[in-house]
Design a protein around this ligand. Structure first.
Ligand SMILES: Nc1ncnc2c1ncn2[C@@H]1O[C@H](COP(=O)(O)OP(=O)(O)OP(=O)(O)O)[C@@H](O)[C@H]1O
Ligand SMILES: O=P(O)(O)OC[C@H]1O[C@H](OP(=O)(O)OP(=O)(O)O)[C@H](O)[C@@H]1O
Length: 211
């Protein structure tokens, strides 16, 4: 039996992912050691391998088949737009992709003038404004603290993730439009889905039974 390789998104989703795998008997103790610099972890008994990667890199590993399976946020799947199968909504990591800004920016969304949109997700923002709203906007790519942009006058609005809404509230901003709900998803390489059909189907069924 060959090894099945998992690429798991680092950060917020990692601990929930490991917790969920543990519930179905898939464990990887070594991975919990935060001080370790080791990059790949093997479960010899189950013939599984695991590695953690930056979220946006997970779909890349899966498309190229370097990982058979990935666990990553729906936001990242939409943004990266890789060739892969999305097979399961894991439910955790729930949040929303939204257009946000000060209340006063509502007039810019309703009006037809050119506006600036700051975001870590340029492809999601383009798809929303160009294809769904049929509006031309200037997209400004940022890498974090997106809420700063309308405060300091870099953009009129932002496209960003909202979970509890605290970051928006604390900065005098609000949700102006909801784009889509998000959560962690399991993605599978297109060839692996055929070659390892039985093992992957069993894994999906096991995961479904504990979600
Ligand atoms: N409040 C939240 N903010 C951001 N992402 C969230 C939130 N709640 C759930 N998520 C999900 O967690 C995923 C990964 O979170 P992570 O902490 O790695 O993101 P990040 O802050 O964008 O990473 P980085 O710090 O490397 O820029 C997101 O892609 C998203 O699907
Ligand atoms: O609705 P909330 O519960 O406040 O969560 C949303 C915030 O969390 C994320 O930022 P993150 O903490 O990842 O920092 P970053 O902005 O530097 O990416 C996201 O980009 C929002 O800023």
């Amino acid at each position: 039996m060959r090894y099945l390789t998992f690429a798991l998104g680092k950060g917020r989703l990692a601990s929930k992912t490991l917790e969920t795998f543990e519930k179905i008997g898939i464990t990887c103790e070594e991975m919990k050691d935060k001080s370790s610099r080791k990059l790949i972890f093997v479960n010899e008994d189950l013939k599984l391998r695991f590695f953690l990667a930056k979220g946006p890199d997970v779909p890349t590993y899966v498309e190229y088949g370097a990982a058979d399976i990935g666990i990553v946020g729906k936001d990242t799947i939409l943004e990266e737009n890789r060739k892969l199968f999305e097979v399961l909504d894991l439910g955790f990591g729930a949040c929303k992709m939204c257009v946000c800004g000060p209340k006063s920016a509502l007039k810019y969304l309703e009006g037809g003038q050119q506006i600036r949109v700051a975001t870590k997700y340029p492809n999601i923002a383009k798809d929303y404004f160009y294809n769904q709203k049929h509006r031309t906007v200037e997209i400004i790519k940022l890498n974090g603290s997106i809420e700063l942009a309308p405060i300091v006058g870099l953009s009129e609005v932002i496209v960003d993730i909202v979970e509890t809404g605290s970051t928006l509230r604390e900065n005098g901003l609000q949700v102006l439009e909801e784009i889509c709900p998000l959560s962690a998803r399991m993605v599978v390489n297109r060839v692996s889905m055929k070659m390892e059909d039985e093992r992957i189907r069993r894994l999906i069924a096991d995961l479904k039974s504990v979600l």
